[in-house]
Design a protein around this ligand. Structure first.
Ligand code: BGC
Length: 669
């Protein structure tokens, strides 16, 4: 195929800027190859017309993020790439890197975190897993698509610093992995549709962040093809028959130039070339369905979070277990909307899986479901008769889906009542929670002695849950988002949409940055998760490696008899600053296996970006001289080691008189 733009006629160039159909790019009657795109990110959702092919439902991005493991994320997307290779998909429309500004956003299960650093680093691993296996990645939705309610109309109104530090930052980090495409969002940003927003696409994404790949619209997000082209949006999807006419008329009226058309058409040709090269190199399908499922299970095992454990887990094989709740035999594996994967896989009921692993006497009756069925008498009798109870509760895709937000963080009344009543008749109750995001557990958590957060962990979720409950696997997931005590503590409250704009008055204080600033207690903090092992941190040594670089090293010792993985987190606090800054910000993390009774030395390097904030005055990232506190912890609210470092850049680079004492420089006045 010839990728030279001069081989295309004017009409072909214009047609290349919109699709051939719902999923493919224009092929100029066979002169060009067309590229096939499909949705992710929770597995491959390949649709062709009415038909959706069956694929492995992998853990959702929200669950993946709880793994805090780049290796796990890579395994996940590389498995999806294998499925793409088998099914002839060139580009996966994933991952989503929007920030979880509110825990109610209906699409949070498709996003990583409330923290930009964690989102960006894990997104990079996801992109690499796809692209190193010959499948293009498309990060989405650029930018500020942080709610689903009226997402096509409500303008996200955020100031420059907030944009750069919170909402654009995950994209900026992810771009280091060179995704082939970026998808713009539906919503207006500061009053102008993202698809037509020159400042966001042309000035920020292309010029400042250096993105040279294809900008594709979200499906149907373009309102006017020529305005989108002027903002450097290259590809309007899905195919829309109005697009060609709009572009042609705009050209005839002198509203768009040859240079603008050629720029975008050429970006498309470069994409076709990348796809062809990748196809040549695309490895043969490497995994059988069973192997892919095994990989999905290995990811799920890393992603489940143990939230509470007062001596209940792992389950004692000598004690009988009664399992209840509809999700124990038919768990939700993901949310609804464009990311919903079609799978027919069903694992054995959880009670049987527990029995297989431990030989424990287990019983199961549904007795209640998430939406109403409640056989109270039978439930309580069975619960009272067993040594231990496992209750499976949560939400499914009806509450976690594209196009709508959740309206509460609470479980259904039926579920809350079932937990409280069972807690009265049995003192050994473990609750397994399946959900796409944070759940308010405060009404019932004191009635039970263990909580396992399964999230939306894909089709093998209950196999992984059984491994964790029985101790076959030591839990190692940690929360990538705060679980607040109540919705009233969040930015979602009170949310009274006015139909036009959503002002981001919370600024950079999103997630734990907000709760820390307000000194608010939370149910479970960002970065929190328990283990069956017991890790102790010691011997922190900090070495200055450059003007703004430091190497931290410290020991983590596993004092227990169980081998396990610990997620070590590094936060940085600017002690005195010329602008408002968070109490702490995540700037590094490592997940490490530490064998029972063994000690590991961990080394993490911090560079300038660990200390910088986005200065709206300078319009760039800026590191201010002064003291910074390094906090090393097992969660954002469990800091185990601290140290202070000093940054002393040349005074010429500094602007804030009090901090850098610039008076010395200007002393002649
Ligand atoms: C979603 C995108 C998705 C696209 C194609 C849109 O509704 O917002 O995330 O990739 O549809 O299905």
């Amino acid at each position: 195929m010839n990728y030279d733009i001069n081989h295309l006629t004017f009409e072909e160039k214009l047609r290349l800027l919109t699709g051939k159909d719902f999923w493919q790019t224009y092929d100029a009657n066979g002169k060009l190859d067309s590229v096939f795109m499909s949705d992710g990110p929770n597995g491959l959702r390949k649709c062709d017309g009415e038909h959706t092919e069956e694929s492995i439902a992998m853990p959702c991005i929200s669950a993946l993020a709880n793994s805090w493991s780049e290796e796990t994320v890579f395994t996940d997307s590389a498995t999806i790439a294998d499925e793409c290779a088998e099914k002839g998909v060139d580009i996966l429309l994933a991952p989503g890197v929007n920030i979880k500004r509110t825990p109610l956003c209906g699409r949070n299960f498709e996003y990583f975190s409330e923290d930009p650093y964690l989102s960006g680093i894990l997104a990079k691993a996801y992109i690499r897993g796809l692209q190193e296996n010959g499948v293009g990645a498309c990060i989405k939705h650029f930018c500020c698509n942080n709610r689903e309610y009226d997402r096509e109309f409500i303008s996200s109104e955020a100031d420059e610093r907030t944009l750069r530090e919170i909402y654009v930052r995950p994209f900026e980090i992810a771009l280091e992995a060179e995704p082939w495409l970026v998808m713009c969002s539906y919503n207006p940003v500061n009053g102008i549709y993202a698809s037509e927003n020159k400042k966001i696409l042309k000035d920020l994404l292309r010029k400042r962040l250096g993105f040279s790949g294809v900008i594709v619209s979200d499906w149907g997000a373009v309102h006017n093809s020529y305005k989108a082209l002027k903002a450097t949006l290259d590809l309007r999807m899905a195919f829309d028959e109005r697009a060609y006419g709009e572009l042609k008329t705009a050209y005839e009226r002198g509203l768009i130039t040859d240079a603008e058309i050629n720029f975008s058409a050429d970006n498309l040709l470069r994409l076709l070339e990348k796809v062809q090269n990748a196809k040549k190199e695309r490895r043969k399908v490497r995994f059988s369905v069973a192997e892919r499922r095994e990989r999905a299970l290995s990811v799920a095992r890393e992603s489940i979070v143990l939230l509470k454990n007062e001596g209940a887990l792992p389950l004692d094989p000598r004690k009988s277990v009664y399992v209840a709740g509809g999700f124990s035999s038919d768990p939700p594996y993901g949310g609804g909307g464009s990311s919903k994967v079609r799978t027919t896989f069903k694992s054995e009921p959880l009670a049987r899986l527990i029995c297989e692993r431990t030989g424990a006497k287990t019983g199961f009756r549904q007795h209640f479901s998430d939406d109403g069925m409640f056989a109270e008498k039978c439930l309580l009798e069975s619960a009272a008769a067993a040594d231990r109870v496992v209750l499976c509760v949560g939400e499914d895709e009806r509450k976690n889906r594209e196009g709508a937000d959740r309206i509460t963080l609470r479980l259904s009344e039926v579920q809350e009542n079932a937990i409280k009543m069972v807690g009265k008749v049995n003192k050994n109750v473990t609750v397994v929670v399946y959900a796409g995001g944070a759940i308010d557990m405060s009404p019932w958590i004191h009635s039970v002695n263990a909580v396992v957060y399964a999230g939306f962990c894909g089709e093998t979720v209950n196999l992984a849950v059984a491994d964790i409950l029985t101790g076959k696997v030591c839990p190692s997931g940690k929360l990538a988002e705060t679980f607040p005590l109540s919705i009233a503590d969040t930015v979602a409250y009170p949310y009274e949409p006015n139909g036009y704009y959503d002002r981001y008055e919370d600024g950079i204080f999103v997630g734990y940055r907000r709760y820390d600033r307000d000194g608010k207690e939370v149910l479970f903090p960002f970065g929190y998760g328990l283990s069956y092992a017991n890790f102790v941190y010691s011997d922190l040594v900090v070495r200055k490696a450059g003007e703004t670089s430091f190497t931290l090293s410290f020991d983590v010792e596993n004092l227990s008899s169980v081998s396990g993985k610990e997620v070590v987190q590094v936060y940085v606090k600017d002690i005195v600053s010329s602008v408002s800054r968070p109490e702490k910000e995540l700037k590094g993390f490592v997940k490490k296996l530490i064998e029972a009774g063994k000690k590991e030395r961990i080394t993490i390097r911090l560079e300038a970006d660990a200390f910088a904030f986005y200065s709206a005055a300078l319009d760039e990232w800026y590191v201010e001289n002064g003291d910074y506190e390094i906090q090393i912890g097992s969660s954002s609210r469990d800091i185990r080691l601290k140290a202070r470092v000093k940054i002393e850049l040349p005074l010429e680079s500094q602007y804030t008189v009090e901090k850098a004492d610039l008076r010395e420089i200007g002393s002649e006045t």
